[in-house]
Ligand binder design. Structure first.
Ligand code: PLP
Length: 384
């Protein structure tokens, strides 16, 4: 079976982890700080704080901007549950918005309609690696006085109008989980423009322990510490950062291969009647997922047809406003999300996918399309 995703790992990653093992310092330490510096340089970001998952990156970013009880954060329903749980974990209320049907990106016009006096944040999700309309969202945020917390779990290496995602905006949250563009095994990071917010984030990732106070006293009493804020154990350990550093060195090659696969799929599927790719600008997108739409009544058959021929598929995502735990937060119709939710299918996309495997996926999808076309032709019309 060709899976939908898998990490691209080799000797470089293994050597990097081996070095951390030999050092005996597995937890938060110099490799983590080195990884933060490397991301900062790559993105051109003012501050970068590395954490243990993309989910904790989102949670801490919301906390760092003081968003909590009584506040609202606007988020697309069509995202991973992590985006929504992060808002709820901070004590705020998720307000679901709709997406554009061609790109599945947050619809900025719908965001504007959902702003209230309680809105303290908006969470654009750079779905599949495509950049949301950041300019429009940042202007709106400026006007209304709220923060833009980007869920860039899919978008490490993507750009928006020539600027790399994470180099501008308020807080950009990345995931380095096993199937992301680059991985730490598990990991995440927040890129920020505001030094004070970055400092709050650093404190919160390590149980609210004040490092400055620690340093002030550290000389005299190495065991002394001060807890000055709420906090969690969310830091990125050295052994995960080591994998991330090795992956970061290969980022250009990784993005190039993933783009080539997506462009090959786009070229092959452009003319099909039953299978439609999203409208993605691959000049700006470091692709994380490849998604097609099929008619809702054919999706189950499509996925079974591919599985029977050794091609894995998935669905990213089930809309959150339909999830039992999130449904109480749902308010107002999300017609485009509801429509596309039944149509989307994720096809295999990963760095080490071979040309032969791409060929198998393409031929299998084409075979399904021919079968659907034959079935439509064979269906007797009223006149016949
Ligand atoms: C859109 C989105 N947001 C957030 C996350 C959470 O990242 P992590 O798995 O590193 O916690 C993911 C991971 O799949 C994701 O796809």
């Amino acid at each position: 079976m060709i899976p939908t995703a898998r990490p691209s790992l080799g000797q470089e990653e293994l050597n990097a982890v081996g070095e951390v093992f030999s050092s005996g310092w597995l937890g938060l330490g110099s490799t983590t700080y080195e990884f933060e510096e490397a991301i900062k340089r790559r993105l051109g970001a003012a501050y970068v704080v590395a954490v243990n998952t993309g989910s904790s990156a989102l949670h801490l970013a919301i906390e760092a901007f003081g968003i909590g009880a009584g506040d609202e954060v606007i988020v697309p329903s069509l995202t991973f549950a992590a985006s929504v749980q992060a808002i709820i974990a901070a004590g705020a209320r998720p307000v679901f918005c709709d997406v554009d049907e061609d790109t599945l990106l947050m619809d900025a016009a719908d965001v504007e309609r959902r702003v209230t006096p309680r809105t303290r944040g908006v969470m654009p999700v750079h779905y599949c690696g495509q950049p949301c309309d950041m300019d429009r969202l940042l202007v709106l945020a400026e006007r209304q006085g709220f923060a833009v917390i980007e869920d860039a779990a899919h978008a490490f290496g993507s750009t928006s109008r020539g600027r790399i995602i994470g180099s501008f905006g308020h807080a950009t949250c990345f995931s380095f989980d096993p199937i992301k563009t680059i991985t730490c095994g598990e990991g995440g990071a927040v890129a920020l423009a505001d030094g004070e917010a970055a400092e709050r984030l650093r404190r919160m990732r390590l149980l609210g322990i004040d490092k400055d106070a620690w340093r002030r006293q550290g000389q005299a009493k190495s065991w002394w510490y001060e807890v000055t804020a709420p906090g969690w154990r969310y830091h990125l350990p050295n052994f995960c950062a080591a994998i991330g550093l090795a992956q970061l060195r290969r980022l250009d090659e990784i993005i190039a291969r993933r783009r080539a696969v997506c462009l090959a799929y786009d070229a092959a599927f452009g003319e099909l009647a039953s299978v439609r790719p999203l409208r993605v600008n691959y000049e700006e997108t470091a692709p994380q997922l490849y998604i097609v739409k099929v008619p809702a009544d054919a999706r189950g058959r499509f996925m079974e047809f591919l599985a029977a021929r050794g091609v894995g598929t998935g669905v990213h995502y089930l809309p959150n406003h339909r999830q039992p735990f999130f449904a109480p937060y749902a308010a107002g119709a999300l017609p485009r999300t509801d429509r596309v939710a039944g149509e989307i299918v994720t096809l295999p996309l990963y760095t080490d996918l071979t040309d032969a495997e791409v060929g198998t996926v393409v031929e299998t999808v084409r075979a399904f399309d021919r079968m659907v076309a034959r079935a439509v032709c064979a269906t007797p019309t009223r006149a016949s």
